[in-house]
Design a protein around this ligand. Structure first.
Ligand code: XMP
Length: 322
């Protein structure tokens, strides 16, 4: 729209003025809409003086890494460095089952990988600016302060060491989520990215109840992709706030398929409606849609022999299982 076009153009101008004619910036992409729109605005302002870094922790859903590496780059022309850090994250998570411990490890590894990448970019040429997709509600929540960098938006973790201090560039500071999405459309970003439902920074690691392994991630990724595909096909994406798909990796139950007995894992569907994730209700997804999801998952994912539906509101349940 005309006003959104103006908002985007103003944001681009403001970034250009802040960074100046020679300044350089870096931005961490998470696969989410906020960092993507922030990066696209800065790219428009300073071109390839912006370097984006995508730390692929191996915990994203099916197709999401490609969305960043291929579709986002094609749409924006952003200069992107991809770090395939899946092995490192899996090694750090080896045997860990406690949810908060998983979060801590993922946050810590993310910072380490990102800082290594920053140093390597800095070794080439100095970089003075760090782009963050901070939204207006985040600004209000944190008391309106600005200043030194912390990578809050991605993994909720603390400050940076002294040699990696940057001036923050926050082109979304005055915008609400729906405005960010419209800005994303205006900038021509991939619709799947612009309209992505909330997805936690620690990714699928906190949707495996039990230890995280590559095999378990693959099982969950397949089941999640089927659930998302069917919910989208049924036109429910706007109604449903988000739908975690959870693998109960340490639970097995007996089933029967063809001539044989199976001993597989259950998958939990957790579709919720919500305004702000503070409270939520379980979404009344039509039975036919649930039935299709269940049939497809049990047919197409051999390790899953049972699909169960979570009918708990928040409170007392949280949206995620971990
Ligand atoms: P809960 O499970 O607390 O989730 O009801 C509320 C919202 O927050 C998301 N969530 C997270 N997001 N890092 C994130 O970036 C996290 O560790 C995390 N844990 C939960 C969740 O998906 C929901 O939208």
């Amino acid at each position: 729209s005309w006003t959104m076009l103006n908002i985007v153009e103003d944001a681009v101008e403001a970034v250009r003025a802040q960074i100046g004619p020679d300044g350089r910036a870096i931005c961490a992409l998470s696969g989410g809409v906020d960092s993507a729109v922030a990066a696209a605005i800065v790219q428009r302002a300073i071109g390839d003086r912006l370097t984006c870094v995508f730390v692929d922790h191996g915990l994203l859903r099916k197709g999401e890494a490609e969305q960043v590496e291929r579709d986002f780059v094609a749409a924006t022309g952003v200069k992107l460095r991809v770090v395939d850090a899946a092995d490192r994250f899996l090694a750090a998570l080896d045997g860990v089952t406690d949810p908060e411990e998983k979060r801590k490890i993922i946050g810590r590894e993310f910072i380490r990988v990102f800082e290594d990448e920053q140093r390597s970019i800095m070794a080439d040429r100095p970089v003075g600016f760090l782009v963050q997709g901070t939204l207006y509600p985040d600004v209000v929540e944190s008391g309106g302060g600005t200043g030194t960098a912390n990578i809050k938006s991605h993994h909720n973790v603390g400050g940076l060491p002294d040699d990696l201090r940057f001036e923050l560039v926050e082109p979304l500071r005055t915008l609400f989520k729906d405005e960010v999405r419209r800005a994303g459309e205006e900038l021509g970003l991939p619709p799947a990215m612009v309209w992505r439902q909330p997805f936690p920074g620690p990714g699928l690691a906190i949707r495996i109840v039990g230890a995280v392994t590559r095999e378990r991630l693959d099982i969950l990724r397949e089941a999640d992709a089927i659930a998302r595909e069917e919910l989208t096909r049924a036109g429910l994406d706007r109604e449903i706030w988000q739908c975690p798909v959870v693998l109960l990796a340490d639970v097995r139950s007996v089933g029967v398929q063809g001539d044989g007995r199976t001993y597989g894992h259950p998958i939990v569907l957790r579709p919720v409606t919500s305004e702000d994730a503070m409270t939520a209700d379980w979404a009344r997804v039509p039975y036919e849609v649930l039935s299709r999801i269940s049939t497809r998952i049990t047919n197409e994912v051999p390790q899953i022999n049972r699909v169960v539906l979570d009918v708990t509101s928040k409170p007392p349940g949280t949206i995620e299982w971990e």
